[in-house]
Design a binder for this molecule. Structure first.
Ligand code: HEC
Length: 106
């Protein structure tokens, strides 16, 4: 009897580990389809909008600083670190691609 209970606990622990591994895999998969627009909205937009006339004029103003895709990616990476967003490379790439497509058009 006693042994049976221990055995069931082991099974339960193993089940929890398997479920944990499955959800970790799901998170990685979701990051693979990172949505640049949503990430930007969640982490970046409000601050830009509060300092400029709206959320997009920081990217379209005549004196904007970013002059190439490489600079844009570097800036996105730097800013994401500043706000401690902890983005993976593909999230940085997704936001860079979205900003370029939407505003910079390099
Ligand atoms: C706390 C405020 C704040 C947050 C949060 C913020 N930014 Fe910025 N960002 C600024 C300011 C202010 C500037 C303009 C700096 C200047 O003009 O010298 C800027 C400039 C930029 C530029 C360059 C614009 C140009 O001139 O071409 C990019 C790209 C950018 N931010 C991306 C991001 C991204 C991506 C995030 C989110 C990860 C982010 N920022 C979060 C304040 C912020």
């Amino acid at each position: 009897m006693c042994h049976n209970i221990v055995y069931h606990r082991v099974i339960a622990v193993v089940m929890v580990m398997i479920l944990g591994a499955v959800s970790a895999a799901t998170v990685t998969y979701a990051a693979g389809g990172a949505n640049g627009e949503a990430l930007h909205k969640a982490h970046c937009q409000d601050c830009h909008a509060s300092r400029f006339k709206d959320a997009s004029s920081i990217y379209t103003r005549p004196e904007r600083q970013v002059k190439s895709v490489d600079q844009l990616r570097a800036r996105v990476e730097f800013c994401s670190q500043q706000v401690n967003a902890q983005w993976f490379d593909d999230e940085v790439n997704a936001v860079t691609t979205w900003l370029n497509h939407q505003f910079y058009k390099f």
